[in-house]
Design a protein around this ligand. Structure first.
Ligand code: R5P
Length: 316
């Protein structure tokens, strides 16, 4: 099955890697801005009758990337594309998946993507089932856990313990623990604000073990730093490993990570690394995972780690 790949502009390196995996070129397009700030997109090649995939994580600037995705989908449909798949490896707004006076932003954004003409969405380790369920169109959920587990298996010491930094991450951490054949602990976390959290203990025995703290997203680093401190206070070794599917590294993530003894930090290339972080981050590419999802729409969920390709990115 041949797919035409459009780079949405949010992560051109990943789009190029996906195209390389599939042995195709990128569709010639314009993603720009009018002088007043409006997004301007144009598809410069015929795609009529083609299955088109737009690679676009909705990472920062979130709203700009979201609108560019929607406009590219609209343009592709108006050019007669047979189908449009939005590969959104990191889905911004996914964490706003509950109401209670607030917008259920995940659902509102899903409506916008659907209205633009997207037929299918590919997500990688979406934040929650609620975020995934926000879409009414087909969602193909992929996971980077096998890829990241494979990397961790080569890296962490035998006396390690997988740590979920909060209750929400426990199912994800359970999968890491199974893959790595390690015990599991869960930190009790309470969120005080978008950038601040506090912890009140750990369920599980981390004494004398190296914590392998895993999460779906690292944003400001508050969750990982708080979990690391909780582990150290509970007697864990001062040698911490961190893995997350999506490394946003929003300030003050660099400061928070420099305050804890992180031996290794691994994430994927779902979003471009913020070059100002000052963190040494290992990146595992998910290009093969997305390419496989595009060519096997009947697939989904976890894929074997055989498609892994690791690259080291040292951020100055
Ligand atoms: C929240 O439930 C998520 O799974 C992450 O733990 C959170 O988004 C991380 O944010 P931060 O790095 O700002 O603590």
């Amino acid at each position: 099955m041949s797919v035409r790949i459009i780079d949405g502009g949010a992560n051109s390196a990943l789009a190029a890697r996906v195209a390389t995996e599939l042995g195709v070129g990128l569709v010639n397009r314009i993603v720009g801005r009018f002088p007043d700030g409006e997004a301007q997109v144009q598809i410069l090649e015929a795609v009529d009758g083609d299955d088109v995939a737009i690679i676009q994580p909705t990472c920062a600037p979130v709203d700009e990337h979201l609108v560019e995705l929607a406009l590219l989908a609209d343009a592709a449909k108006r050019q007669g594309a047979a189908s449009v798949t939005a590969a959104i490896p990191y889905f911004g707004y996914a964490r706003q998946d509950r109401n209670g006076g607030r917008a259920v932003a995940a659902a509102a954004v899903a409506r916008m993507i659907e209205a633009a003409g997207v037929d299918r969405v590919i997500l990688v380790d979406p934040h929650s089932r609620a975020a995934e369920a926000a879409f009414r169109i087909r969602v193909q959920r992929e996971s980077a856990v096998p890829l990241l587990s494979k990397w961790l298996a080569r890296t962490v010491p035998a006396a390690s313990i997988v740590v979920a930094p909060d209750l929400g991450a426990a199912p994800l951490a359970e999968r890491y623990a199974q893959a790595l054949e390690l015990p599991l602990a869960v930190v009790r976390k309470h969120r005080l604000s978008g950038a601040h959290v506090e912890t009140s203990g750990i369920v599980g025995d981390v004494r004398g073990r190296a914590p392998v703290i895993v999460d779906d997203i690292i944003s400001t680093g508050g969750t990982i730093a708080a979990a690391a401190r909780a582990c150290l206070a509970a007697g864990a070794l001062g040698e911490i490993y961190v893995a997350a599917s999506h490394g946003l590294f929003v300030p003050p993530a660099d400061k928070r990570f420099s305050d804890i003894p992180v031996r290794a930090l691994v994430t994927t290339d779902s979003v471009p690394l913020a070059v100002q972080t000052g963190l040494a981050v290992q990146q595992v590419t998910i290009a093969g995972l997305i390419a496989a999802a595009l060519t096997n729409p009947a697939g989904g969920h976890e894929r074997p780690a055989a498609v892994a390709e690791t690259q080291s990115v040292e951020i100055a």
